[in-house]
Design a protein around this ligand. Structure first.
Ligand SMILES: Cc1ncc(COP(=O)(O)O)c(C=O)c1O
Length: 395
């Protein structure tokens, strides 16, 4: 058997490796506390589940769905964008439901990237932007996200010869893994830059509803001319704790949406309709759950930040997203620190370098950890620090 080179060169997905390690340790009876994956521990709100169960009983929902999704779902998405961001969308041409946003993020590269083409990808970043580029035969050009620049890419630093080959520009705010935020000025600048260099922009914004201290992110679609050059991926996963149901969406430029629909109609058969009805309920029903979830995450954020800063893992409280991006203490790489914490105290954090070269020097901690585990994990981290300090003092 001879596999394609694209498979041979495909790195294992970061979290598959981490989950494997955790499962091995747990199988040996070790008590592991994981701050690794951004997967909400709070259940999907009951009104959404009730609608899902009801729709599952209806035989019309047992058959193949349409790739384009139910018209009512596309309208619910357009309605949500109008209410939340004041952005008007044509529900038939500018909205496409996805089997989770990861699916659309993966497939859109096939619409733009031919072998040899370049996609501009942030570093560090959610790994799918670069992997999908590579799977399509293209090359990612990494735009460093550094603290001095608020973890925004420096568009003017991209060399001219790269811009000639580049067709896609990826951005993501509120950001994973750095939890950085962007404002409308930045998005307007991105549109201007994309127009100048004939780039299609993909903004990935699944964390726009996971916010703290009253912060309200803007949508890329609010930028002047955004719809002419780009799309925004979004998801119900993080806003409504629906990661397991697999439902997201992409909105914006009609030509880009149509190209993605063509690819998808040849590869998948849409989203199970009962899940689509659950999504309609989520988007059009009471939004109180969002505030409630955010209050829980904000309390956890404050507890984690406090401990991290006390133990020498400097971190700023994020305004949005499910993550804390903490600096590793001197003398450690991000992998060293993650390995020591796992081996010595059974605590899992994600090494920043897993998100790209510029993630080195940081670890990511997720806020989606149940309260009891969080308290246990933080107490282990504090204990680890005092043991280390004592050890250093006696050396
Ligand atoms: C930045 C970013 N984009 C997209 C996704 C995918 O979300 P989903 O496929 O659940 O919609 C994630 C998930 O963690 C993410 O962090």
């Amino acid at each position: 058997m001879r596999m394609a080179r694209r498979i041979e060169n495909l790195p294992p997905y970061l979290f598959v490796e981490i989950s494997k390690k955790i499962a091995e340790k747990r199988a040996k009876g070790e008590d592991i506390v994981s701050f690794a994956i951004g997967d909400p521990d709070i259940p999907t709100p009951p009104h959404i589940i009730a609608r899902l169960c009801q729709a599952a009983q209806d035989p019309t929902n047992h058959r193949y769905p349409e790739t384009a999704g139910l018209p009512e779902l596309r309208q619910a998405i357009a309605g949500w964008y109008e209410r939340r961001f004041g952005v008007s969308l044509d529900a038939d041409k500018e909205v496409l439901p996805l089997i989770g946003s990861k699916e659309g993020i993966g497939h859109i590269a096939l619409c733009f990237i031919d072998p040899g083409d370049t996609a501009l990808v942030p570093d560090p970043a959610y790994p799918v932007y670069s992997v999908s580029t590579t799977l399509a035969g293209g090359r990612p050009y990494y735009m460093p996200l550094v603290e001095e620049n608020g973890f925004l890419p420096d568009l003017d630093a991209i060399p001219a010869h790269i811009l000639k080959k580049a067709k896609l520009l990826w951005i993501n705010y509120p950001n994973n893994p750095t939890s950085a935020i962007a404002d409308l000025n930045f998005f307007n600048r991105v549109v201007e830059f994309a127009q100048q260099h004939d780039l299609a922009v993909c903004h990935d914004g699944p964390y726009s509803e996971v916010t703290f201290d009253g912060y309200r992110p803007v949508s890329f679609m609010q930028a002047d001319g955004a719809k002419e050059i780009g799309v925004e991926f979004h998801s119900l996963s993080k806003s409504y704790n629906m990661t397991g149901w697999r439902i997201g969406m992409v909105v914006g430029n009609a030509e880009m949406i149509d190209a993605l629909k063509r690819v998808k109609s040849n590869l998948d058969s849409g989203i199970p309709q009962a899940i689509q009805y659950a999504a309609i309920e989520a988007l059009t029903g009471s939004q109180d759950c969002i505030q409630e979830h955010n209050a829980v995450y904000q309390r956890r954020r404050d507890l984690i930040i406090d401990v991290l800063n006390n133990i020498g893992l400097e971190a700023k409280p994020p305004k949005a997203s499910l993550y804390i991006w903490a600096k590793v203490p001197e003398g450690y790489t991000s992998v060293d620190l993650a390995t020591d914490l796992l081996e010595e105290i059974g605590v899992v954090v994600t090494p920043g370098v897993g998100y790209g070269k510029n993630g080195e020097g940081y670890v990511r901690l997720s806020l989606t950890i149940p309260n009891a585990a969080l308290v246990k994990g933080l107490s282990r981290l504090s204990g680890w620090h005092s043991t280390r300090s004592k050890h250093k003092a006696t050396k």
